[in-house]
Design a protein around this ligand. Structure first.
Ligand SMILES: [Zn+2]
Length: 216
């Protein structure tokens, strides 16, 4: 009778070699012999996975906020860089938009410690667009000031609206320049796509359970 079941017994009691050798929970360090999960690819034990799932909102919110803060800094730096290159070289085609997109993507990823996701991507795209379009505004103001050094900009509501409108629409207004405007808009699109691709990813990814009787 019992001779019908040797392979079962072997699997149950002697089959330790079928389990992953020695994976340890990344949080508490205990050796994972049976059911375990993976959080962002790293092995994690069931109690730790439960704790992570119960408190993801706060951590994810903090990570996103840090990513936004870092992204805004990158956008300001990118805008200054873009304007400096354009004023310095006289380039009319905005190649620097590629660098701006990369800078913002990189900054956000650093801020979130590697997290990403759809809301990160949308923020990165908006920041890249705003950064590049406001750079054009710096260039315009610089040129105006240079042409007429006596001119002092008085801050009025009308002027503020003009700045906002001219700044945010500048990539499209440059279409009036013909081919270079089209190329500029295309490069901006590539810059936005770069930032978009770099901020893809997951906010929290847990898979499992792995191991244990379910898989033997
Ligand atoms: Zn654990």
């Amino acid at each position: 009778m019992s001779t019908n079941l040797p392979s079962f017994e072997k699997a149950e009691y002697g089959g330790g070699s079928q389990l992953p050798p020695t994976e340890q929970c990344v949080r508490c360090g205990q050796t994972l012999v049976e059911r375990f999960f993976r959080m962002d690819g790293e092995p994690i034990c069931e109690p730790c996975a439960n704790m992570a799932v119960q408190a993801p909102a706060e951590g994810a919110y903090i990570a996103f906020s840090k990513a936004i803060a870092a992204g805004i800094v990158a956008a300001v730096v990118g805008s200054a860089l873009y304007a400096a290159v354009e004023i310095g070289t006289g380039w009319t085609i905005g190649y620097v938009a590629l660098a701006v997109g990369w800078l913002i993507g990189k900054g956000m990823k650093l801020g979130s410690e590697g997290r990403g996701g759809r809301r990160y991507q949308i923020a990165a795209a908006v920041l890249t667009y705003v950064s590049v379009s406001s750079a054009s505004l710096i260039v315009i103001l610089h040129a105006t000031q240079k042409a007429n050094p006596e001119l002092h900009f008085a801050m009025s509501q009308r002027f503020a609206i003009f700045l906002l409108k001219y700044g945010l629409l500048s990539p499209f207004l440059e279409l009036r320049d013909g081919v270079s405007g089209v190329i500029g808009l295309f490069i901006l699109f590539i810059g936005i796509r770069t930032a978009w691709a770099m901020t893809a990813g997951s906010e929290y990814r847990i898979t499992g359970p792995h191991g244990g009787a379910a898989q033997s």
